[in-house]
Design a protein. Structure first.
Length: 380
């Protein structure tokens, strides 16, 4: 058996076969015979995603979340259909992302719309994991806020930033061993001492939130696990949103996984800070053939050099698996794949999409982003 992977190309091809209408009477045959037709369908892995474009351009303000697109049809998601001839064992999503921290540039073109896409699957659908979370959002460090109180033990380094959900901003702080685990990274979890601290209460327009990382009551501590290359991994992270802001935001618990990457001196200069980030996701395995690193676009899906992710090329073995080695996800915790059961040929379901725009995004046209749907099948 071999595995086939496919990345959707948003191209629709239609054809029709017509029959001319006949109005004359048909004579009864003096005799008749028949010819048998035998058809063997070849194995093919294919997926169809519609609509091919979603537009959000009506009353889109910073700190808002929108379930419906601004198109006349007001789409609430994309329909994913198995257009091939074999069942799809796994389906996952990823998005394009900015290559460096866009906040503070004043340039709307520095952002990437793909970084603002959130997704969910209706619990009543045949393949379902449920829950709304970012498809694959990168958040760069922001180490120069005077009101954030970092926790810096003897000999440790730190980096902090925000996980942005509309008007809600949950501050994160990575605390790591100052000796550094590799030439350019100190939060890959290799020494067992690296931790992610995540504020319990969101900052909004009206409240400062949890920003004192010397007070254990203000944050939840998560150990960072080693994965591939210089990257760390934190599974099963939870926050509760406030429901503040415009649009469709609600008070709800959101669950996701986090990947960490730190530059050794990232808290010293803005140029070094650009290389430190966390990436939070519920629908993107983040490593392997479908990964899109910050700054890459859908026409360069094979950019994996800096990830050293070859050992995770088989998506059943990467760290975002559910622990059982089959990559089926775990509905009780952080989700690794969209699908829970195989998707049969001709079967389809809706992957709900939200636009989640953080505070502080510059006005103007945002760089067009991509939502990429990846599928995998096993063929003989």
């Amino acid at each position: 058996m071999r595995k086939h992977k496919a990345t959707v190309a948003l191209v629709a091809v239609a054809f029709a076969v017509g029959m001319a209408a006949m109005t004359t009477a048909q004579p009864a045959p003096d005799s008749e015979d028949d010819s048998d037709f035998n058809v063997t369908v070849s194995e093919q892995t294919a997926v169809k995603v519609n609509p091919s474009q979603l537009t959000f351009d009506d009353d889109i303000f910073p700190g808002s979340e929108h379930e419906q697109s601004s198109d006349t049809e007001q789409f609430t998601g994309v329909e994913i259909e198995n257009a091939g001839s074999v069942q799809l064992e796994r389906i996952w999503a990823t998005t394009t992302k900015p290559s460096e921290r866009p906040f503070g540039t004043g340039d709307s073109g520095a952002y990437d719309t793909g970084n603002f896409i959130m997704g969910e699957v209706d619990s009543e659908q045949p393949v379902s994991q449920g829950g709304l979370a970012a498809v694959s959002r990168v958040e760069f460090a922001d180490n120069d806020l005077g009101y954030v109180v970092p926790s810096t033990g003897s000999g440790s380094e730190y980096h902090y930033g925000r996980i942005r959900m509309g008007e809600d901003e949950f501050f994160w702080l990575i605390q790591a061993d100052g000796t550094a685990n590799s030439a350019n990274n100190i939060c890959d979890g290799e020494d067992g001492a690296d931790t992610l601290l995540l504020g319990n209460e969101a900052q909004t327009i009206d409240q400062i939130g949890s920003v004192d990382f010397t007070d254990p009551s203000e944050y939840t501590e998560y150990p960072i696990e080693p994965i591939s290359g210089d990257y760390g991994y934190v599974p099963d992270v939870n926050v509760t949103t406030t429901g503040s802001g415009d649009g469709d935001q609600e008070v709800e618990e959101r669950n996701f996984d986090v990947v960490t990457y730190c530059d050794v001196e990232a808290h010293d200069t803005p140029s070094q800070r650009e290389h430190t980030f966390v990436m939070w996701s519920k629908w993107d395995p983040l490593l392997g053939d479908g990964f899109i690193p910050p700054g890459a676009h859908s026409d360069s899906l094979d950019i994996n050099e800096d990830l050293e992710a070859a050992e995770y090329g088989d998506t059943t073995d990467h760290p975002f698996d559910d622990g059982g080695g089959e990559g089926d996800g775990d509905a009780s915790g952080a989700i690794r794949y969209i699908t829970e059961d195989p998707l049969q040929p001709g079967e389809h379901f809706e992957f709900g999409t939200h636009l989640n725009l953080p505070l502080g995004v510059a006005a103007g046209m945002i760089e067009e982003g991509d939502l990429i749907i990846n599928v995998e099948s096993v063929v003989t």
